[in-house]
Design a protein around this ligand. Structure first.
Ligand code: ATP
Length: 242
């Protein structure tokens, strides 16, 4: 079998004396969707920020066989990592189209074709191309954040709770988009509290608790796991039924 696209070994991240990520090891194969599940404060966002190079960490991070540990954020972006933070961070007073163009900033205008490809993937964004990003609905903003990240042609897209604040139908649409990215060969690391939605699309999952991986396996196995059902799926099922 070929080496994984991303391989993390014994990753540790601390805020002062408090260790938020405590020896996490996980891998993402090329063209796969891998989810990291966990409650508030489990360390999910901290893990993503360390992978992107925004937070210092110890342990091994290899991407496509290269050691990322000492590389600054820009070089990780150049190698093909992309992170969409929970807050999505769009430019609200700029148009949808200009937000997308900014996503291709590192190509300095050399990839105009990608804009059409994005509009084909996200027809709603095409309809709204001249609209200001700040006037979009929550679901449209998440779509725009994904499309903007894709303009940078990432090989691994990391999403921090893309379902947050979205209605169930819109969450399903976001997850369908994640599945389409996989079809196009982009690997996805999907951090979610919404275990039901994430496991429905992911190939493999890891459960993070207190900064450590407590459970991992193929999505189908996690969906059937008693601990996952009780802790993550049961509560969400009750929520969904109102
Ligand atoms: P959420 O779903 O709320 O984003 P999370 O799983 O992403 O949760 P993290 O945000 O990574 O969790 O937080 C992990 C732990 O680190 C928590 O205990 C949190 O209080 C702590 N923490 C996060 N950011 C900081 C910070 N800047 N300084 C100190 N502690 C922090």
């Amino acid at each position: 079998m070929s080496a994984p696209l991303l391989a993390i070994r014994d990753l540790r991240v601390a805020y002062g004396k408090v260790e938020a990520v405590r020896g996490v090891s996980l891998t993402v194969e090329a063209g796969r969707v891998v989810t990291v599940l966990g409650a508030n404060g489990a360390g999910k966002t901290t893990l993503l920020n360390a992978l992107m190079g925004v937070l210092p960490a110890t342990g091994g991070i290899r991407f496509d066989g290269r050691d990322l540990a000492r590389l600054p954020v820009e070089e990780r972006v150049d190698l093909g990592l992309s992170l969409i933070p929970e807050r999505r961070e769009l430019f609200g007073s700029m148009s949808v189209e200009d937000n997308l163009r900014l996503g291709a900033f590192r190509f300095r205008g050399r990839n105009r074709g990608d804009l059409d490809a994005m509009f084909a993937l996200f027809p709603r964004l095409k309809e709204r191309r001249r609209q200001l990003a700040g006037t979009l609905s929550g679901g449209e903003r998440q779509m725009l954040a994904m499309a903007r990240a894709l303009m940078g042609r990432p090989r691994l897209l990391m999403l921090d709770e893309p379902s947050l604040g979205l209605a169930p139908l819109i969450v399903a649409e976001v997850m369908r988009t994640v599945a389409r990215l996989r079809d196009e060969g982009v690997a996805v690391l999907l951090v979610e509290q919404n275990a039901r939605a994430a496991l429905a699309v992911a190939d493999h999952g890891f459960v993070l608790d207190g900064g450590a991986v407590v459970l991992e396996g193929p999505s189908a196995a996690l969906q059937a796991d008693k601990r996952v059902i009780e802790t993550y799926l049961g509560v969400l099922a009750a929520d969904a039924q109102g």
